[in-house]
Write a protein that binds this ligand. Sequence first.
Ligand code: NA7
Length: 546
Amino acid sequence: STTTARTTHDVLIIGAGFAGLYAVHKFRDQLGLDVLAFDAAGDVGGTWYWNRYPGARVDIESVHYSYSFDEDLQQEWHWTEKFCAQPEILSYLGHVADRFDLRRSIRFNTRVTGLTWDDDAAEWELRTDRGGVHRAKYVISGAGTLSVPKKPEFPGVEDFRGEVYLTGNWPHDEPSFEGRRVGIIGVGSSGIQAISELAKTAGHLTVFQRTPNYATPIGNEPTDPAEEAANKAGYRRIREASRNHFLGVPYTDVQPSALAVSAEERRRVFDDRWNRGGFRLFIDAFGDILFDKAANDTAADYIRDRIRERVHDPATAELLCPTDYPYGTKRPPLETDYYEAYNRDDVELVDVKANPVAEITPRGVRLADGTEHELDCLVLATGFDACTGPLLAMNIVGRDGLALTEHWADGPQTYLGLMSAGFPNLFMITGPQSPSVLYNMPLAIEDHVDFAADAIAHLRQSTLDVIEPEADAERAWVEHTNELAQATLLPTSPTSWYMGANIPGKPRRVLVYLGGAPAYRAKCAEIVHNGYQGFRLTGSAALVTA
Ligand code: NA7
């Protein structure tokens, strides 16, 4: 049967989200290779398949957070809102799958459980939870960066009599919260989006907050037809400007320093960026916010003032104001009417920093001081094992039996956040130590898939068929990414997933390249130009004897 199939291909692709879908198209339709892809989900979508919680929405304008590789696709597709909600992004990915006939190359409901490099054959062997064993010279991981939810760390979850929901693995039957007592743990991007919606429907909502967040208005609105027409007419220029911007968006108004202008001018800039929404306050206000504590303080003060204006009860407002870490060192959430939710009588904010969650009881949540909050449903918006988690979950074993878990025991080791020494021909799309999670994801994905495709095409033009990073080049890259992080305020955040600090026991290492997308892209181009500098390109014995 197909479930226990043993097959051989040119390229195996893991995932059918933004990365896997583009990879199937790129390798199958543009390079003419034999590909097979896998996804644990029942259909395409990746992140947008699993994160179906109420309020799930993109934080980068949809016109930018979309594929750029096909001109007709971007001309024909219509986004109904500036920042689209999850169902629309999922239907976009479904449309892409239809348009390029991608599903026939994807095995759904199939999880990759093992990946082993066979040095004699110079091939990867991939195993699935359906008993499949598949071989290929090249593997593309599109397993994602925020796809492995953090395990619930509260004793007693199994004994809770009500329902438990994970934002990152939301059921497809759209549970109703109408009139019910709902509790939610976590106020990251997911929690904040969910809270704003749940507040409207739940009978009573209890928010368990450990670390408050700097959330700012997303500024969502229906698509303006004139703007859409202008965007479509200028898409080439827009994509180019995006790829030349730190965060992969075509913003142009950043000023050098928050400290170089008067308090009035600063206020004017912050007001303007706040009102325009998106990541403008974070990335398009002042260039030193992520690097200089005094500059950062001006933005943090501004946001705290705005929170105090919006929340009526002063004690609740203070609890919602972050004080012990700089703005932007945790990924800043974007919101619509989030702070106003706390002005409702049926929404309660509970501080679990001072008084942590002790356990989940059959009736609800019990805190360290013994207080019990009775609930019908509990939503866990507690985050992800970011960036490394998806790769480390696949039992990857490279050359000489080296396990990826071993190679990365003290934190990820990559070259360009794309490959790892000892793991030949394995391309980690948006891997750790690449700019991905601080870049516009679809563009980051296209850049990485294109890099892999060019590398493979380059190999195939010669008698070579194996590419892997030199150990020295990898060491230098890891050092470089660490140095870049040290120059920012990121390491000062006690719980940021950017630093691996949200998971107990996870090595504290920067998981993202902080030099910005343009510097990163220039570096990649230079490396290719210099004949794949830092990579070792070889011909396998199999190829030589063939
Ligand atoms: P995040 O941003 O990691 O947020 C997780 C939230 O859950 C955060 O508020 C955590 O508080 C909280 N949390 C986690 N564990 C606990 C425990 N044990 N007790 C109390 N509170 C806890 O994940 P999201 O899913 O919201 O967002 C992930 C990314 O998806 C986002 O950054 C975007 O890129 C899209 P803490 O801060 O650790 O005190």
